[in-house]
Design a protein around this ligand. Sequence first.
Ligand code: IVH
Length: 676
Amino acid sequence: MNKNRVIKSYNDKIKSLKKFNKYYFEKNKPLVTDGEYDKLKNDILILEKEYTYLNSKDSPSKNVGYKPSKTFKKVMHRAPMLSLSNAFSEEDLFSFEKKILNYLSRKDSPQISYSAEPKIDGISASLTFKNGKFIQGLSRGDGKEGEDITENLETINDIPKKISSKEFPEEIDIRGEVFIQNSDFKTLKNKFANPRNAASGSLRQKNPKETSKIPLKFIAYTFGFENGLKVENQYEFLNKLSEWGFKTNPLNRLVLGVENLMKNYKEIEDQRAKLDFDIDGIVYKINDFKLQKRLGNVANAPRWAVAHKFSSSKAISEILNIDIQIGRTGALTPVAKIKPINIGGVLVSNATLHNEDEIKRKDIRVGDTVTVERAGDVIPHILTVDKKRRPKKSIKFTFPIKCPFCGSKTTKEFNKITKKFDAVRRCSSEGYYCDKISIEKLKHFVSKEAFNIDGLGKKIIEDFWNLKFIKFPQDIFKLDYNKIEKIEGWGKLSVENLKYSINQKKNISLERFIFALGIRHIGLENAKLLSKYFISFSNFQSLSIKKNYNDISNLDGIGETQVGSIKSFFSNEINLNVLKELGKVLVIKNATNKKSDGLLKDKSFLVTGKLNGISRAEIKTLIEENSGTTVSSISKKLNYLIVGDKPTKRKVLGAKQLKIKIINQDEFNQMLNKTS
Ligand code: IVH
């Protein structure tokens, strides 16, 4: 890469990092997952290592965390609050230990002893004690300077306010993590994305009374400045902390050598979903304080400690239940409800099980211990089942053979092309018989690519359905706004806005309208083809009378499957009524503005054979756009037979007999003043 491009790429990354920091630390609204954030940070550090001229004051190599917000008094930490370097694999751990041994020149030394401490994913704080009294509490801020959040920290019960033990140092900054237990987070779910955000948000409340309402916890694990501390190693320090009245992590262990660190890591990873607090890895600290002192720090992290992070895309959890969800096309989708687990900074409590076959193939059962994967934007799914940890009484999951919502039979369709039964099981009810399908149909009807009604989202559709305001699409346009105004959360203005946006959408193009109906297999593209073919709503609607399904099967892109589902849509009385009622309340615009005096005025056409670069459906549209008509057979009414490649001889002969003009594609184009 040339220098300019390196600098640009580096600056862009720093800019993104600053933005992410701002949202994370100041607004409590993370823009990216922890995994993505870590990757960006790492990319910057790699670039700096490779191109030494890169040097930004905002680089993560210079800053720990982010500048504290302006609303609290800022105070310098007497000893900086450092960050930790990360390890992601056994290999990383070996190289961490190797570096330490090299540094201490202890190549053939006995195994190193570590304090292994689960890394709670919360907010760190530093508490200053003088003569046993808690006098000041600071947030981490940028590591050098924190915010004075003493009053808020005072509301936390886990923080002892007065320590009388004689052994307690005259002066010490006790450091640890402020967090919210998962069970307590349940009640805060609507306000915050995850427990970490909830803890951070609560700690930064301007009013300590607000903080006191949130069940914050504190676990202590290290110290900053001290005067009079008489302990020799970390593990002893942790024991002392609990003697002095602090909470420490019950899963802290003293571990010898990297192999045992790995063993401990796996054991804790297995238990993770059962814990009532979020952990995102394990912190290993060289136990001996003398060694810690000799090792010192690199940049802003100690050389004597490392955070062994859990995967940012996978985690182990337990299946609490298997729910069946239903889509607008009646597809039944099984969803695993799992014990909430943090995967890459996102609390995951649902995982898709895809379909019945997937459950069978993996023999997934309620109560199973499973590995869940959440990669990128993909919906979390179950990777593997740990059958060794299956409860003895576990029973095979049986997929419902009746729709759990309306009791109709469920079926698996036979795919004529693959000659196999579909993996998806569907509710066999038609139209709006199944309530759950109806709600999904309505959600689709108002969705972005369909009617796109502002202020009428999925949640409101559900609310209105439950209140029996709507059952069919046409009900949306006949809402009683006086009734809505009386519902909690709705005011005059929001009702006015809703009314306005619904009225505005009464004008709709035929293609959007067809798409909005949610006919199975008719997506946006097919809806477009159909609208170009039918031109008007009344033509489309009359399909139920004319039953000219064969004509649409000639459209390029509309196959047997699509025709089948259009047929089934039009053979359902409720659907026909929906069309009729919608026709009364909507203005459905014709597909194209047919010119009444176009170049092909009063001329009729029939095509035989394959044309070059234009489909049958398209040429039909083109003819109609220019005021011409198309017919489906040779008769006296026909003016022009357009002949393409491999025409039907019978048609050509018939046209000759009736003295109908026979033209080729070029001649047709000339009629439109077009050259191809
Ligand atoms: S020790 C110099 N111990 O991890 C050592 N930190 O990335 C730095 N954390 O800011 C802190 N559990 O918020 C330490 N047992 C533990 C920890 C722990 C969680 C957090 C803490 C710190 C971050 C470092």
